[in-house]
Ligand binder design. Structure first.
Ligand code: PLP
Length: 434
């Protein structure tokens, strides 16, 4: 499969190059040249198929031409070896829980898949060791660090702002050791991101080391996320639901929802999508006006969605040939503030006993307000509420237990290397460690 850039000014590349480069030379995002339509029978029989078979069928449609069958099976089996249950929350509304992986958030799936795919290319092509640089304000760092932990041929550097990530988050990427190095930067998240960007642009550094990124612009992280929409459909079919399904996706950089749009292109019977946002409502404004107007992000309780210029917007435009009307026909928008997030968490918990996290709460509220009669709504529960323990406890006035997996991280010993935000110090550090 060839991948083209959404900016159409860079040459098409093969999968390996798209994965190793991340971003195209013209700063566009890579897209597969074709999206394979799966046969009707596949969907008709989905309730009876095993998840490993579904995973393979979807991954094979994307990567089957470029990765041998046995390896691809192993990759999906190792990536998706945790539950993705669909749980009924209230009348006609279900949660697709994507938080049963190692760091209790949906980014685990893409990070793990990308690590294994990169390892495959490193081995197959005899590439030099690949160095993954990732700047994090918290959650991306933990998913990437855990996804890549112990994967041969890849060294990961996680850059995070000193004193600005939560204790739980910090443990998740500083206690791992092995091929994961945590760099505690004396600066802000933006400083961390600037260091990563400068590293990618530094010619000398790129000649010495193979550098790549691991955010949702990478096709190896974004495409595999299509798989769990099939999991939701398989489980709904088992319960007799097969029509008028609406997916509601709490969105920040819009990688998750774009993967859902790709699943729909593959034939998955989805009626329509809702993109649920917090106060950062750039996408909703685009739907309403036709103008895309990025803004600095504002801080909210659903902080993984505090994005003012969603990077995957370019992919959505590309999927619909920049046709605003076509986009609005399939996707509606929604925005809510922190007060509504609090109210929704509290009301849902009191009425149903289901504890939403702040991101899932945006999705649930969007469905409460936008779902039409005869439709079945599925919102993606993107993180475990215990990741936001203090926020949750303040809302429901009850203790929230931290799952054992998170507690285990907190027992580990923190190891990090302190660096200033100076690029030359960072560059020297990287080259000395090569
Ligand atoms: C990253 C993240 C999101 C947003 O996902 P995008 O793919 O960036 O739209 C939503 N919820 C949680 C918990 C996340 O970590």
């Amino acid at each position: 499969m060839k991948y083209y850039s959404t900016n159409k000014q860079a040459p098409t590349v093969d999968l390996q190059e798209a994965v190793v480069k991340g971003l195209a030379g013209d700063k566009g995002l890579y897209m597969p040249e074709s999206i394979q339509l799966l046969p009707d029978a596949f969907f008709e029989n989905m309730a009876d198929e095993s998840f490993p078979d579904i995973n393979f069928a979807v991954a094979n449609a994307f990567f089957g031409e470029d990765v041998d069958t046995e390896t691809l099976r192993t990759i999906v089996d190792e990536t998706l070896n945790f539950a993705t249950p669909v749980v009924k929350v209230s009348d006609a509304i279900y949660a697709l829980e994507l938080f049963h992986g190692p760091t209790l958030a949906f980014k685990d799936v893409g990070a793990r898949f990308m690590a294994r795919l990169l390892n495959y290319f490193v081995r197959k092509q005899g590439l030099d060791k690949v160095n993954v640089l990732v700047a994090t304000s918290g959650d991306t760092g933990s998913a990437v660090a855990n996804g890549f932990l112990g994967v041969e041929g890849i060294q990961v550097y996680v850059l995070y702002p000193k004193g600005k990530v939560s204790a739980i988050q910090e443990c998740q990427f500083t206690t791992l050791g092995q091929n994961i190095t945590a760099l505690e930067i004396d600066g802000t998240f933006d400083d961390c991101q600037a260091l990563v960007k400068s590293a990618f642009m530094d010619k000398e550094l790129n000649e010495k080391m193979k550098l790549t990124s691991a955010n949702s612009i990478n096709v190896a992280r974004f495409l595999p996320q299509a798989i769990y929409y099939f999991h939701a459909y398989a489980q709904l079919r088992k319960q007799g639901v097969k029509n008028d399904i609406v997916f509601c996706v709490p969105s920040g950089n819009f990688g998750n929802i774009t993967a859902g749009l790709v699943a729909q292109r593959m034939g998955l019977p989805v009626k329509r999508f809702i993109a649920a946002n917090n106060k950062n409502d750039i996408f909703l404004q685009y739907l309403l006006t036709g103008y895309y107007n990025p803004k600095p992000s504002v801080q909210t309780l659903a902080n993984a969605m505090d994005v003012g210029d969603p990077s995957n917007f370019a992919r959505i435009l590309d999927l619909y040939n920049h046709n605003h009307e076509a986009i609005t026909q399939n996707i509606s928008g929604f925005s809510c503030d922190d007060a509504s997030i609090r109210e929704t968490v509290k009301a849902c918990y009191e009425a149903t006993g289901y504890l939403l996290d702040p991101h899932g709460a945006c999705g649930y509220l969007a469905l409460l307000e936008k779902l039409q009669p005869n439709e079945t709504g599925v919102f993606l529960e993107t993180a475990h509420p215990a990741k936001f323990k203090d926020t949750m406890e303040a809302i429901i006035k009850k203790g929230v237990e931290i799952p054992e997996r998170l507690q285990a991280f907190m027992k580990g010993e923190k190891q990090s290397i302190q660096l200033s935000k100076d690029f030359f110090a960072f560059k020297n550090f990287l080259t000395a460690n090569k």
